[in-house]
Design a protein around this ligand. Sequence first.
Ligand code: NAG
Ligand code: NAG
Length: 248
Amino acid sequence: MKRMFLLLVFLLAVLPVQAEGGKIIWGTESKPHSRPYMAFINFYDSNLNIMRCGGFLVKEDIVMTAAHCHGSNINVTLGAHNIREQKNTQFIPVLKAKPHQGYNPVTLVNDIMLLKLKHKAQLNSVVKTIALPNSKDWVRPGQVCTVAGWGTLENCTLPNTLQEVELEVQKGQTCYGMSKSYDDSIQLCVGNPNEKKATAWGDSGGPFVCGGVAQGIVSYHLCPWKPTRIFTRISSFIPWIQKTMKLL
Ligand SMILES: *[C@@H]1O[C@H](CO)[C@@H](O)[C@H](O)[C@H]1NC(C)=O
Ligand SMILES: *[C@@H]1O[C@H](CO)[C@@H](O)[C@H](O)[C@H]1NC(C)=O
């Protein structure tokens, strides 16, 4: 924990924006296995620290997550609620990782990545894929969708069980006012500034789910004590997803 806290402080000091490793603050514990598409991801960063992210199963052998969750020795756990318990879980190492070629680690635009698993997952009642949007779908301000993750809690501890929170989509102007690199055509501005609900460190890569469809990927926040977050807008990446899935 101390190491993670120091890392957070370090990132705050050097980055203009703050990538989220994967946590939920002011949320609630999910009903076990109610989100069977959730993937728990572990990888080593360049300093060989073990990092955690969320992701989601989009095909039997493909998990979608954020590009900033790239590292070495990436492993995926499917079918988990409490990540300390192995009952019903499928642990599958990642064979190939394909971050978007336009991903920029400074501005965090194009924060999307596909992971090809070493073998297909066995689909069952606790492991299922989630639908992706149509390229014409357009998530609008005022829509309320849900995000889940194993990221940091409000008391700065990491949970073992999956947590979730409902967040409201904001007008693009809210994020344009906070970030020079925000782009409403490829990103979502999420989180009502008047509500104490947000994703946090460790929730990165998790899905923002609207009506059963994964419409966003947890990407970053600009100001840690404000709830507004920036997510990747998946519907803008459908051609890239289709092309990359064929290559994997
Ligand atoms: C992923 O799993 C392999 C064993 O299959 C292990 O050697 C490696 O350390 C794991 N990676 C992480 C980040 O824990
Ligand atoms: C942090 O909060 C969680 C959820 O409310 C709780 O289960 C846990 O015991 C708390 N940990 C500490 C150290 O306060």
